[in-house]
Design a protein around this ligand. Structure first.
Ligand code: GDP
Ligand code: GDP
Length: 507
């Protein structure tokens, strides 16, 4: 009798994509979740020779975000009933098979979602699987499914905390939190390979910095864009993440005419070889100025007056807040240059507030201190410090382009801010941080209830964005939010970069 040949393995279309594995007992809702996640994308079934089960693999795509694959190792052809009918041995064999599948998935996945059934509660087998996953050393998220129609979701979640992994409540059947889950899965992926060929000044970098604003407050809990998924609201225009190239630092100089911007550029570049390139299409005579510093290239974008001083007249160089902000979008870090003798003006204050609101990475350079009598310095420092009252993380340096005093920390600090913007905090550290935040000060009772915190995740970099999943975000008030931000900055060593801390209700 001819032996039935297994079907030829279908082309592993998604093999090149990083993978997230869904593991868990049968009937917890893995396939439902799988279908929900891949939405309209065709699932690809691999029939692999030597593998006694089907294996579902599908792509998760969202506009402007990294595409990845999910693998449902689901025990699809495992017959749970038959196993149970065989008694303890059958069950053991059955469990062994699920563990084996989980092992296989773990070997090739970047991250693992352990799907559990919130209605069943924590079962010994979930614990068994979790212990297995812990040894894999890969990021694990426990997805607590079937929270629909449950009144006390927090109570339902509570027992799963024992697994020691971050938790996310979802309803695969209703789409609740599925979009959030998708983002969480992306967080588990390795960083995308850096894009090549992003040339200076070709416009491709306009997404830097302020460009990211388009998505500023897009919340995954927004409206329903696709009809079938209560939480699939896509932000309208999502800029692509800028590649992080630590060898090239782009700086914007902001400040009123005569604050000393060009003097500073000259002083900071020192005797370095400067490369001055024209910026086409700008109305002012502004140029990008680059120089090499060790193995790094530093570019001052839209710099007026360097080497071409004679060609610009002061009347052309008006101090327009809007024009200033535009140049910050082309830079990684913005240096706001102020004239020590002018003190803090309303316009400077407004600009600081705007930069802070827009989460622009920036620092303040108070120039011309060689002209300030020593005894006036304390008052002067107090007034500049007051200007940063609402953004105390912003570095404030006192220096002189003329004498060279105070210049040394400028470039290292700018690099540090840039690096902090790209900080990525691991799951373990996030968990510990949340514990510490709550232990030091519990959230105060608001409207007779104390908010409950489920877990903390990092949703974005540049700027680093941290999201606390809580039972009721409306009960977190500004002073507590400030305390939380301050604590996270200290624990994650994100001292000078902009940061977002959000509280999201997960019902
Ligand atoms: P799998 O064996 O883990 O792949 O589980 P399935 O996706 O086949 O789901 C098992 C059962 O749970 C099915 O009857 C689903 O309709 C049901 N189910 C899945 N997700 C949910 C959910 O979010 N809420 C509820 N109430 N039922 C769900
Ligand atoms: P920009 O318009 O902001 O580019 O300012 P400039 O670099 O052209 O400087 C304006 C004026 O301030 C020039 O006369 C500079 O020589 C002077 N200046 C710049 N930096 C300093 C400084 O640190 N100390 C002193 N005393 N003068 C400075």
């Amino acid at each position: 009798m001819p032996i039935a040949q297994p079907p030829a393995p279908s082309a592993p279309v998604t093999t090149h994509l990083p993978k997230i594995a869904l593991v868990g007992r049968p009937n917890v809702g893995k396939s439902t979740l799988f279908n929900r996640l891949i939405r309209a994308n065709r699932a690809i079934t691999h029939d692999r020779p030597g593998v006694t089960r089907d294996r579902m693999e599908g792509q998760v795509r969202s506009r402007g975000k990294q595409t990845f694959a999910i693998v449902d190792t689901g025990g699809i052809t495992l017959d749970a009933h038959a196993a149970v009918a065989q008694g303890p041995e059958g069950i053991r064999g059955f469990e062994a098979e699920i563990l084996r599948q989980a092992e296989a998935a773990m070997a090739e996945a970047a991250g693992i979602c352990l799907v559990v059934d919130g209605r069943d509660g924590l079962t010994p087998f979930d614990e068994h699987l979790a212990a297995h996953l812990r040894r894999a050393g890969k990021p694990v998220l426990v997805v607590v499914n079937k929270v629909d129609g449950v009144e006390r979701e927090d109570e339902m979640l509570a027992e799963f905390h024992a697994l020691g992994f971050p938790l996310l409540p979802v309803s695969a059947a209703h789409g609740h939190n599925v979009r959030v889950l998708e983002d969480e899965m992306r967080e588990m992926l390795p960083d995308e390979p850096e894009e090549e060929g992003v040339e200076e000044g070709d416009g491709a970098e306009d997404d830097f910095g302020l460009g990211a604003e388009a998505d500023a407050d897009a919340d995954a809990d927004d409206g329903d864009a696709e009809g079938d998924n209560a939480e699939s609201g896509e932000p309208a225009a999502e800029p692509k993440a800028p590649p992080y190239d630590p060898t090239h630092l782009r700086l914007a100089m902001l400040g009123r005419p005569n604050a000393g911007k060009s003097s500073l550029v000259n002083a900071l570049t020192g005797q370095q070889r400067m490369i001055v390139s024209d910026m086409a299409g700008t109305t002012r005579d502004s140029v990008d100025v680059s120089f090499e510093s060790g193995d790094k290239t530093i570019t001052f974008v839209d710099t007026a007056g360097v080497r071409r001083r004679s060609r610009i007249t002061d009347s052309v160089e008006r101090y327009s807040v809007n024009a200033s902000l535009k140049s910050t979008t082309k830079a990684h870090v913005t240096l706001l240059v102020l004239d020590a003798l002018q003190g803090v003006t309303q316009q400077d204050k407004r600009l600081v507030d705007l930069l802070d609101e827009r989460k622009t990475p920036f620092m303040v350079l108070v120039n011309k201190i060689d002209l300030v009598p020593r005894k006036l310095m304390p008052d002067l420092e107090a007034s500049f410090k007051g200007m940063l009252e609402f953004c105390p993380h912003v570095p404030l340096l006192y220096l002189s382009a003329k004498s060279g005093k105070g210049l040394d920390p400028v470039l290292p600090l700018a690099e540090r801010i840039r690096a902090e913007c790209h900080a990525r905090v691991g799951t373990g550290q996030l968990n510990r941080a949340m514990d510490e935040v709550l232990t030091r000060h519990q959230p105060p009772v608001v409207r007779r209830l104390r908010p409950k915190f489920f877990y903390l995740t990092q949703a974005e970099t540049n700027p680093p964005t941290f999201v606390f999943f809580v039972n009721d975000a409306d009960r977190i008030q500004t002073p507590y939010a400030r305390y939380v931000e301050k604590s996270l900055r200290r624990m994650f060593r994100i001292e000078h970069a902009p940061m977002r801390v959000r509280f999201r209700s997960s019902h």
